[in-house]
Design a protein around this ligand. Structure first.
Ligand code: SF4
Ligand code: SF4
Length: 292
């Protein structure tokens, strides 16, 4: 099993479009969307949902009023100010369990929260797993791990060698959960000052976890100076820059119409994605390259 994770240091670089194009070129792969706070790969690939389930991601304290003696210990000791007048505010409760431990009469229980929904479906390009985190939930790393476990199970069941994962933007907990164990990270960068800085942070993060990276500069022609600085930054880090994708209105139109990107691109742009796909396959060591 080989795992390719598509990341970007920031949002808006076209990461999901690039991931969707690679999925279209992969022949058949397991597809995972680990951008659980704002999943949208499924919007481009249009999977048919086969199964979904709620996932518990955190627990909150609940006071049993019949047992509570109103001693006030829990309210005094909660570091998050989540207990007021013997009521727990679930939006403030961090689920640390201290109050449960301290309550002298065992009046506090921890109640599991269904904070995410996981979906399994079929696309024309292979099975897909994705999830949506409930509003206000923060335990996205746990949900990412669940999506990846489902994808790995499908890969093993169906004998599909490649998992293509669309990760979260940034370098936070869900990104780290997406990166670990990947065979290759494809970083999609845009040539802007903030895009370069965010890319550099993301490259440092991947380097820390010892995951090899390849960089694809998307919309490379919108700022040649910054594109040059990205190439230089990658060179100084020993990171290879893959084929560059110019700004392409067809890709933006595909996203607007929620369609797979290569349905809209002309042959010259499609050929660039074929080259990118071949570079990625070579770096992941994934079998022969299937061209459509
Ligand atoms: S579980 Fe922790 S955060 Fe939640 S109410 Fe109890 S002490 Fe406060
Ligand atoms: S520590 Fe237990 S008994 Fe005391 S106020 Fe809190 S819930 Fe009630």
């Amino acid at each position: 099993m080989k795992q390719l994770t598509v990341l970007s240091g920031k949002g808006g670089t076209g990461k999901t479009t690039v991931a969707a194009a690679l999925v279209q070129l992969a022949g058949e792969a397991v597809i995972a969307d680990c951008d659980v706070e704002a999943p949208n790969l499924h919007l481009l690939l249009g999977p048919r949902i086969e199964r979904s389930y709620a996932l518990s991601v955190s627990s909150k304290a609940l006071i049993d009023e019949d047992l509570c003696t109103a001693c006030g210990v829990c309210e005094e000791e909660c570091r998050f100010g989540a207990i007021r007048e013997l009521k727990v505010n679930p939006f403030s409760c961090e689920g640390c369990r201290l109050c449960k431990y301290l309550c002298p009469v065992g009046a506090i229980n921890m109640v599991e929260q269904e904070g995410a929904e996981v979906f399994l479906g079929e696309t024309p390009y292979g099975p897909m797993v994705w999830a949506r985190l409930a509003m206000g939930e923060e335990a996205s790393g746990k949900v990412v791990t669940q999506v990846r476990m489902e994808a790995q199970a499908i890969s093993a069941e169906r004998g599909l060698e490649l998992i293509i994962t669309d990760g979260s933007p940034g370098i936070g907990c869900p990104v780290i959960a997406s990166v670990t164990g990947s065979n290759l990270v494809l970083m999609v960068a845009e040539p802007t000052i903030s895009g370069r800085h965010d890319l550099e942070r993301a490259l440092d993060m991947s380097s820390f976890f010892n995951v090899p990276c390849l960089v694809c500069i998307n919309k490379a022609d919108i700022n040649e100076q910054e594109a040059g600085k990205i190439r230089e930054s990658c060179r100084s880090r020993g990171v290879e820059v893959a084929v560059e994708i110019p700004y392409c209105e067809d890709l933006a139109e595909a996203a607007r119409q929620s369609r797979p990107p290569l349905e809209f691109t002309d042959e010259s742009v499609t050929q660039l994605f074929r080259t990118l796909h071949a570079q990625v396959m070579e770096r992941t060591g994934t079998g022969s390259v299937k061209l459509p």
